[in-house]
Design a protein around this ligand. Structure first.
Ligand SMILES: Nc1nc2c(ncn2[C@@H]2O[C@H](COP(=O)(O)OP(=O)(O)OP(=O)(O)O)[C@@H](O)[C@H]2O)c(=O)[nH]1
Ligand SMILES: [Mg+2]
Ligand SMILES: [Zn+2]
Length: 357
């Protein structure tokens, strides 16, 4: 008899985000010796997984591929005495960045997420390009971005800081918080939904914020460098925690350079102000450079759109297009290699048959 999810004690899994969608996705893998689980932390060849009987360490080596599991993944586990991950369930969303070395594949930072919390420290000047980049990755994941301004207690004018952030995050909720004074934490809690992942540069206060939401100091934090206010990369693992009031939170290590993958239509969400203007341009394929009747150009001239924001939009567009072409080259190469190996297998089969005759 195969065990249906209904027969499994689910309290520990529900705390980690189990619901109808996941139950449905797990159904084809259900079996007498298979249990569902959620990956809470990944190590080389192993991972910690929340299962119906608690969180256990499981072997991930049975899976192949460069980046087989990632924090937030739902998996199927077999083997009670030496548990191993035998399958990764289809992801509902994934936060993806372009690999830093620009040669290998993309890296999945978190899976099955509903909210992406972008941590922006109010103790540092606003870095618009970085916020836009993080938003591009967030929108592209399929989850909803929220900006958490952190360390509001260290800012002379948190409202002005928030306004500057809002200017580069149209349509995104911006919540001003301080883990020190607890200001804004309730608003942030209200903005979270399902599984949230916190991203941002090192030292932004991601882990401190996560601890504040968890209500316990479960995660180590580290002081920023006095000289430039940058963090010291205290967090090294992506770690999933279940929140006391329901919901799930993934803390992540500080992002160094964040290369965007082919984010496609996500840029229209990041730059929805420019997208809105572009609809009113005289030409449908307007490049917003020299065309007559260009609503984007007119908005720049009128001081309604910052010229540098348009410039950053172009930069990200170019990067995304380049990644798209790179990925189509990669797909073509993969196809060619696969065709080659198929014809190699066929030749081997014919040789084998000929010998049999
Ligand atoms: N004054 C003040 N300091 C804060 C606040 N939040 C975080 N900090 C401090 O900022 C420093 C960095 O915080 P972390 O939470 O370790 O930062 P992080 O983003 O997790 O950094 P990495 O793990 O390196 O990516 C620590 O010294 C925190 O105490 C806050 O709301 N107010
Ligand atoms: Mg941290
Ligand atoms: Zn135009």
């Amino acid at each position: 008899m195969s065990s249906s999810p209904k027969e499994i004690p689910l309290a520990h899994l529900i705390k980690h985000g189990w619901g109808d969608r996941v139950a449905h996705a797990f159904a084809p893998f259900a079996g007498p010796s298979t249990v569902p689980g959620r990956v809470v932390c990944v190590y080389r060849g192993q991972c910690d997984v929340a299962t119906p009987t608690g969180t256990i360490r499981a072997d991930t080596r049975p899976l192949t591929g460069a980046d087989p599991v990632c924090t937030g993944d739902w998996v199927a586990i077999e083997g009670a005495s030496s548990p191993r991950v035998v399958a990764v369930l289809p992801r509902s969303s994934a936060l993806v960045r372009s690999a830093a070395d620009r040669t290998s594949r993309h890296q999945v930072l978190a899976a099955n997420i509903d909210t992406v919390v972008i941590a922006v420290s109010a103790a540092m000047p606003v870095r618009s390009a970085r916020i836009e980049r993080l938003l591009a990755v967030a929108w592209d994941s399929g989850a909803t971005p929220v900006v958490a301004v952190t360390k509001a207690d260290l800012s002379d004018d948190p409202a002005a800081f928030a306004a500057a952030v809002c200017a580069v995050a149209p349509g995104v909720e911006v919540v001003v918080t301080s883990a020190t004074t607890t200001a804004g934490l309730d608003s942030l809690r209200a903005a979270l939904n399902g599984t949230a992942v916190v991203i941002g540069p090192s030292g932004a206060g991601k882990s401190t914020l996560a601890n504040a939401l968890l209500g316990v100091d479960a995660i180590a934090t580290g002081a920023v460098r006095a000289a430039d206010g940058k963090g010291r990369h205290t967090t090294v693992h992506r770690e999933l925690h279940s929140l006391p009031g329901g919901g799930v939170l993934i803390d992540t290590p500080g992002l160094r350079a964040l290369g965007i993958a082919d984010v496609g239509a996500a840029l229209e969400s990041v730059f929805s102000d420019i997208d809105e203007l572009a609809r009113r341009c005289g030409f449908r394929n307007c490049t917003h450079r020299t065309e007559p009747g260009c609503a984007v150009g007119e908005a720049v001239d009128a001081g309604q759109l910052a010229a540098d924001r348009l410039q950053r939009y172009r930069t990200l567009q170019r990067e995304s297009d380049w990644e798209a072409s790179r990925s189509s080259v990669r797909k073509a190469t993969e196809r060619k290699n696969r065709d080659k190996s198929i014809s190699r297998d066929q030749r081997a089969m014919y040789r084998f048959r000929n010998r049999q005759r």
